[in-house]
Design a protein around this ligand. Structure first.
Ligand SMILES: Nc1ncnc2c1ncn2[C@@H]1O[C@H](COP(=O)(O)OP(=O)(O)OP(=O)(O)O)[C@@H](O)[C@H]1O
Ligand SMILES: [Mg+2]
Length: 479
């Protein structure tokens, strides 16, 4: 009888067999994620030049992983040695597995010039897209004959929740590869077409029988958590999670028509006497956000159209000059039937009036031939966030004071994923894709309403896959 030190459980095996370049595993607590990553890293250690790295956000978080690696690696390779000061395992062949952290985005430079055949992220939603994507450049072979690839595990929630969900969860059902095409201009000036794939393999604690055998009451620990955390950590829900700011958010296609208990609705013809506002948050390297809003007789606001300057990569702007943005706004307002011929009042982040470094963004936009005018918004953050809560609150009939046309897909994508800041605990974390949030906040602050309380309704899933089942009308967003 061979002495088996570690053997993948069924779901871990499914994860370890995936051929895709990137694979995300887990999406709930206790599914055997960290164990699977540690085992995956071992696969190529017979190759002398093999180099692997397992990353966690902070170094203290790594210690548990390192302890577990001692329990698996040492008996499997009695001659392997762990270097405590430089945090790597050296195997008899010469292969090395490193443990690393990236507490701040600038820590990326610690990995400059390094190369790893295998890169693993434990708890991926703790990382930003910039941190994750930087490591693509570090993923290259250290010699012939190795497989070069990336693996990650995660629970829902955290600063990276939005981009991880958009990258791995939304574009296709679990276990279905997501393909992406890239074009590169070669040294000879000719275009080179490239393809990469990635996949999500879901696992929950129910896929970790070893844990349930060792500690049957762990299930009870998960069940005892507050609802949002329980849904995320026990059932792997990507819709509600600890730290989510707008827990009252509901996107229910079954009610797009009757507009009850849903914030997202079908577009309708805006009555001619309703006032129209245009909100703006400027960005160049980061996305800019322009949105049009209609206000009815009761002061209820409808977000009817959006123009979002994102280049397709999470939180990356299209680098357009203010005059170009103004020209596009002018074109939209002349052509869109909802806006054509209407009086439109512009409300923007007050920083666009700053003239301390030359001509202000506002002045560039109002110049001929575009004549796009703005007034400065009230930029106070917490009152602005409270206006969101007051407007999103449902009354007992399922009515609220703010709704958005489903055509505003970036609003619908980014608002439910916003999380709280760890330091400024009442405010949202501003490292996220919060430009649409800010733009809309300015418009809300121009029309403040009195506090309204949400009647308690069970949050509905926001995954397009679920929406698809309920409506036959999936909304997929590709990154
Ligand atoms: N294949 C396996 N063989 C034996 N034990 C296992 C195996 N996989 C997981 N376990 C046990 O289950 C425990 C939990 O697994 P692991 O830490 O990998 O889960 P996780 O999904 O990373 O949890 P968390 O969500 O808390 O990070 C491990 O410490 C280990 O004891
Ligand atoms: Mg883990």
């Amino acid at each position: 009888m061979p002495n088996v030190i570690w053997q993948p459980q069924r779901k871990q095996g499914a994860f370890m067999r995936r051929p895709e370049y990137e694979c995300l595993y887990g999406g709930a607590a206790g599914g055997g994620k960290s164990d699977a990553l540690l085992a995956e890293a071992l696969r190529q250690v017979p190759v002398p030049h093999y180099r692997a790295i397992i990353l966690r956000k902070t170094y203290p978080q790594l210690s548990e992983l390192i302890d577990r690696s001692r329990a698996i690696y040492q008996p499997a390779f009695p001659q392997a040695r762990y270097n405590q000061t430089e945090h790597f395992w050296q195997f008899p062949s010469g292969a090395k597995i490193y443990f690393g952290s990236m507490q701040h985005t600038k820590d990326r430079i610690n990995y400059q010039g390094k190369r790893y055949d295998f890169i693993a992220f434990d708890e991926l939603t703790h990382f930003t897209w910039d941190e994750y994507s930087y490591m693509f450049s570090r993923n290259r072979p250290s010699g012939p004959g190795t497989r070069v690839y990336i693996r990650a595990t995660t629970n829902p929630g955290g600063i990276g929740h939005g981009w991880v969900k958009s990258r791995f969860i939304l574009p296709s059902p679990p276990l279905t590869p997501i393909w992406e095409d890239y074009q590169v201009v070669g040294a000879d000036g000719k275009a080179i077409q490239l393809r990469r794939n990635r996949v999500f393999v879901p696992a929950t604690v129910f896929d970790n029988q070893r844990l349930l055998d060792n500690d049957p009451m762990y299930l009870a620990n998960l069940a005892m958590m507050p609802e949002a955390e329980r849904n995320a950590l026990l059932y792997g829900s990507w819709d509600s999670f600890d730290g989510q700011v707008f827990t009252e958010w509901r996107n229910d296609p079954a009610h797009y028509q009757d507009q009850r208990f849903t914030h997202v609705i079908d577009p309708f013809q805006v009555p001619a006497h309703w006032r129209i506002f245009r909100g703006f948050d400027f960005g160049y390297a980061k996305p800019f956000s322009v949105g049009w809003f209609a206000v009815d007789e009761n002061g209820k606001i409808y977000h009817i159209k959006e123009y979002y300057g994102c280049n397709g990569t999470p939180n990356k702007g299209v680098m357009m000059e203010p005059t170009q943005i103004a020209s596009e706004i002018r074109r939209i307002e002349q052509e869109d039937p909802m806006l054509k011929g209407r009086k439109i009042v512009g409300i923007a982040d007050p920083s666009i009036f700053d003239e301390s470094r030359g001509e202000s963004v506002a002045r560039m936009m109002e110049r001929s031939p575009n004549f796009v005018y703005w007034m400065g918004a009230d930029n106070t953050r917490i009152p602005g966030k409270m206006q969101y809560h007051y407007r999103l609150a449902f009354d007992k009939d399922g009515d609220c004071m703010f709704q958005v046309f489903h055509t505003c897909k970036h609003f619908v994508r980014t608002i439910p994923d916003l999380v709280y800041d760890e330091k400024h605990v009442e405010d949202i974390n501003t490292e996220q894709e919060d430009h649409i949030y800010d733009m809309c906040r300015y418009v809300f602050m121009e029309h403040p309403i009195a506090p309204r309380k949400n009647v308690l309704v069970k949050p509905l899933p926001d995954d397009p896959l679920d929406l698809c089942e309920r409506s036959g009308n999936a909304l997929f967003f590709r990154v």
